[in-house]
Design a protein around this ligand. Sequence first.
Ligand code: ZN
Length: 310
Amino acid sequence: MPETEIYEMNLKEPICRICNAQNGQKVRAEHVYGGRQDQNFWHCGHCDAVYLSPPPTEEEEAVFYYREFENFMDKRSGGDRDWSGARRHIQTNQDQVRRRMPFLEQYLTKGNRLLEIGCSSGFMLQAFKEKGVHCTGIEPSGVFSDYLKESGDDVFTSLEAVEDHRVEPFDLIVSFFVLEHIRDPFDFIGRSLSLLKDGGSFIAEVPCVNDPLTHIYHIPAFERFYWSVAHHYYYNPKSLAFILDKMGVRYKMVPEQRYDLSNHMVWMSEGKPGGQGRFDDVFTRELIAQYKRDLKAKWLCDTIFLYIHK
Ligand SMILES: [Zn+2]
């Protein structure tokens, strides 16, 4: 009998946190990075969602985001990003700005009002402002929200605070790597859409659980790293579509592959994060780009761009 099956016999099958199915739940990941021994990620055979069970309490979560999140991310980033302070964080994330812009550019109209939920150090807001867009941010992290307020940015610490403030509706709401951290995605998407003008768009970048490092290659070191206690869910197009169809919204999804061939080879050879671009002098740009294109064409990629139109 495989190890996972023996392990699962000792666990009570949870109810799916997305579709409430009471059967067809299987352990997807035994090890939760930063989590407890009794926490696992489960896969639902009905809606295809992967979810953390049992989830942390709301109190545990609030403390985590206020005090620990930057340190936690610093440990995970493998040296690619600097989480030691807002300025360094902005500098070391400029590659993210360049990568994301092609997915966003057509929605950035001068004079429009934009809300970024989870704006971190504000490195995307800075780029949006350069395009003449009026920006508001939401950032629960104490370090970053204090920095943004001091720099004169329009920033709130929660979605509730924006709602309470009765701000004018936005033309565009964006969030990058936030949705997977949210306990109730139906509530979060619904409330975000209610802050949007008719004709406005909500754009979210989300990790895709079809990431080849776990979905195809099964690298033990990656398995111990990928499944983070900071995430309530890991989505793929099917599980996101389940949520969005249930909500009756108009949407599309576009595949994206953030990590390159070098990063994947370093995971395979050294079992470590980082490694992005390491073999750029060995491979041609065409090969590096084609590798990503192949993964995206089959939706075996690490990221989803989700567009919801109101
Ligand atoms: Zn389900």
